[in-house]
Design a binder for this molecule. Structure first.
Ligand SMILES: [Zn+2]
Length: 160
């Protein structure tokens, strides 16, 4: 299940979302490649122990197992390098960025979790190299990774 309108199994929902676009370095070929993350504004909801709870802070999502079909269509149109891809080790088919040069899937850990990773900037200057694109559409997702708070979100560039 990687793209569906079935709410079963989904654990995140929001009335709108945004795309954060950064530049990373491919773990396979070493070339620079554009990478995207899905962000949610404060007030998105997360399913915890059967209850939908409102989150007070914005977040970036990662380790995404499934996205609602219309969100999947937005990604296909705006950023086709982000699509479900297999993990050779676990066999999981999560949504991943793929290198624009060699096509290799990029691990979310190296994009989101290491200090100074493309989506974990340590300074406002680094954050200012991330572009934000607001998408006025509802989102339903199944995700394991949340970078709650999104440090330096205000320093990122807003498109329009
Ligand atoms: Zn590559």
């Amino acid at each position: 299940m990687t793209s569906t309108d079935d709410p079963a199994g989904m654990n995140v929902r929001s009335g709108s979302f945004f795309l954060a676009i950064a530049v990373g370095r491919c773990a396979h070929c070493g070339r620079q490649t554009a990478v995207v993350a899905i962000g949610l504004p404060a007030g998105y909801e997360q399913l915890e122990e059967g209850d939908w709870r409102t989150a007070p802070e914005p977040t970036l999502l990662f380790d995404i197992d499934a996205l609602s079909a219309d969100v999947g269509r937005v990604l296909r149109d705006c950023f086709p390098l982000f699509h479900p891809g297999g993990d050779a080790q676990s066999g999981a088919r999560r949504w991943r960025n793929h290198c624009e040069s060699c096509g290799d899937p990029q691990d979310d850990y190296w994009l989101h979790c290491e200090p100074a990773a493309p989506f974990l900037p340590l300074t406002p200057q680094a954050a200012s190299r991330i572009d934000l694109v607001a998408i006025d559409a509802a989102l339903l997702a199944s995700a394991c990774g949340f970078s709650a708070g999104v440090p330096f979100l205000d320093a990122m560039r807003r498109d329009g």
